[in-house]
Structure formats: C-alpha cells, structure tokens
Design a protein around this ligand. Structure first.
Ligand SMILES: [Cu+2]
Length: 372
C-alpha cells in the first residue's frame, strides 16, 4: 500500500470518527474510549475546537479535585506560604530556626481530579513545606521518619558532610536532627536522598528551601513559590501528569491574582523526575532571572528558562497591562498534561479590563460539561 493510500485511509478514518462523535453527541463536548492495535487505550474528545485523541491519561480534567485532606496539596495556599520556623536566639546573638519535617510513604491521595496515587510526603503534601531563613541563621531540622522505608533529607547549600543526608539513612520510626548555618543566600531544593533515588523523588519527597540575603534584603514584592514536578501513575518510568505546585491545571482554573505594576518575585524549582528538562514560559511579559538566586544581579532578561532536575532560580516581573496571562512549560507535552496556569492581573480599582468569564468558558467547558 502506498503512503498516499495510507494517508487517505487515515484522513477518512479521522473524518468518520469526527462525524460519528459529532452525531452521537447531544452536548457540545463528548468523549469516548477505544483500544488501538497495541492495546493502549485511546481517548477521543470532541470539542468545538476539534477532535483530540490521546493515549495519555488526560488532556484536561473534567471536574475539581476533592480538596481537604484527601488531596495532595492546596496549591493556592502553598503558593504564598513561607515557613520561618520556631525562632530563638543563642547567647552569641545568633538566630536559630527550628522546623519539624515528617516523612511518610503510605498515603494514597488525589493528585488530579479522580486520580489517586501513592504519594511519599514531607508533612503530608507534595511539594513539602517551604523552609525559609536568613543568611547566617542556624537552621535545625527535626526529621521524623513515619514511613515504612528508610528516608533522609538532603538540603542543597553549604554544610558539614554529616548533615548532608546522602549516606545516613533514617530507618522507619527513626529520627535525626540536621543542623547547619544558612548559606549562601539563594533558592534551593531539599529532598530525600535514599536509593533508588528516582523512586523516592518521583513519589514526592521534596520541597523548597530559601535563604534571604542578610546585608541587602531583596525589595518587597508579592512573593510566591513554584515547584515543577510530575507523577508516574502507571509505574513505567514516564510521567503521566505534569504540574506546577502538585496538581495539574490547577492555576488554569484558579488564576493567581496579582496587581498591575506590582513586583512579583517567584521562587522556581524543578524537581521533575524521568524527563531531562523542564521549563517556564511567561506570556505577555519578560522576567529578570536570577539563576539559583545566589546573586542580586539578574543573569538574564527573558520569558523562557530551561532547567534540569534540581535547577532553580528567582524570577522577577511586573505586568504593565491588566488581563489574563498564561504561564506554562514550553515543552508542549508537559503543558498538555497539566503544567499550565494563569495570572489574573488586576489594576488598582480591582478591574482586570478583560472578559474573564468568556475566557473561562473556553477553558472550562470540558467533556461532560464540568465547570470549575
Ligand atoms: Cu526516601
């Protein structure tokens, strides 16, 4: 059979599928499932914008996550929550910041609407809590392993070898105190360092550690944290879901509200397992990028940064015009499997000068009519 004949048959097939779904559909959107020759389940979704077929798990969720303690995290709460610890002062005047991090590995939690997965967590969420200190502070982490496997915490930054969390495993029921001086200033990941590493990281044992500069603090801003991650829900060492802050598409349906002309400072960390790179693209704007956050002088003015696992940076920007703007991975597959969100920029009187609801109708009209 010639390539042309094959092409014609394929086109005819797609056309028949399209018409079949259009006819069988009583609502604007419809979906159906079939099995392809290799046995993989194919989902066909018919929308006013076209017919989509996917062998991936999802194009966009059809409902909301449950929320509460069954869902792996509240991304809106996580976004602007910084934990400064229990503060005390040593006799020499040094500030001490104490934190408790508890690992678990037995929780089955919702990571996307209707999808439950065995997450391994620090303090019950993926990502774990954001730890924040100022350069020179003594940071003391009380680590408790409530899991059934050995775990540890490895902080990036400068510290003694016995505080590195790479060799000393903490067994089930065990405890360990990590102690180090916060240095240098910047943004860092922390994560479990037990083997097999990809299993411990891909299940969710990571979080963000921020060290603020002591002598010259960064100017005040609307600060937020974003962790890029994924979930391999079928155990084939490939991610099925991609997210920023733990739940795919969350900020697409719950835009992050920011003020026009106000400085936004975003602490961005890539903890994505299995895929070699990830990236962050901002719409309608560019940002000053401080790679690793270890300098007060930006390294680049851009709308795109690409990071491998463990890389991170601080992004600073302000919006000139009100409205709704996307941000997402510019690796299209990741964006289509959940790593996409929006900023809703408002002006001083609260208006966003934008037909937000019509945009919401476009993004929220889902197969089955689900609406956030
Ligand atoms: Cu672990």
């Amino acid at each position: 059979m010639s390539r042309l004949q094959l092409l014609l048959i394929s086109i005819t097939g797609i056309a028949i599928l399209t018409i079949a779904f259009a006819l069988s559909s009583s609502s604007i959107y419809s979906s159906g499932s079939s099995s392809s020759n290799d046995g993989r389940k194919t989902t066909t979704i018919n929308t006013p914008h076209g017919v989509y077929q996917t062998t991936g798990d999802i194009l966009d969720p059809t409902s909301q996550v449950i929320g509460g303690n069954k869902t792996v995290i509240d991304p809106m709460k996580y976004l602007r929550t910084f934990n400064y610890g229990r503060v005390s002062t040593l006799s020499n005047g040094n500030t001490v910041r104490e934190f408790t991090l508890i690992a678990s590995d037995d929780k089955i939690m919702e990571i996307s609407p209707g999808t439950f997965y065995n997450v391994w967590t620090f303090n019950g969420t993926v990502p774990g809590p954001t730890i924040r200190a100022t350069e020179g502070d003594l940071v003391r982490i009380h680590f408790i392993n409530n899991g059934s496997k050995s775990h540890s915490i490895h902080f990036h930054g400068i510290h003694r070898s016995e505080m590195d969390g790479a060799f000393d495993m903490v067994g089930p029921g065990g405890q360990f105190i990590y102690e180090f001086y916060a240095a240098p200033f910047g943004v860092f990941p922390y994560h479990c360092h037990m083997q097999p590493l990809e299993e411990h990281i891909s299940h969710g044992l990571y979080g963000v550690y921020i060290v603020d500069p002591k002598n010259k603090p960064r100017p005040s801003a609307d600060e937020m944290v974003m962790v890029m991650n994924g979930y391999d829900t079928d155990n084939d060492k490939e991610n099925n879901f991609y997210t920023v802050n733990g739940i795919p598409y969350y900020y697409m349906h719950h835009p992050i509200q920011i003020q026009k002309d106000k400085l936004v400072r975003l602490y961005l960390v890539n903890m994505l397992e299995f895929d070699p790179v990830n990236n962050f693209h901002l719409h309608g704007n560019l940002y000053q990028l401080y790679r690793s956050g270890t300098s007060l002088i930006p390294s680049e003015y851009t709308d795109m940064v690409t990071m491998s696992q463990g890389e991170r940076g601080i992004l600073e920007f302000n919006y000139k015009y009100p409205g709704l703007y996307m941000f997402h991975a510019h690796k299209t597959e990741f964006a289509e499997k959940g790593w996409v969100g929006t900023f809703l920029v408002k002006d001083q009187n609260g208006s966003n000068n934008y037909n937000y609801y019509s945009a919401q109708n476009m993004t929220n009209a889902q197969p089955g009519g689900g609406r956030y």
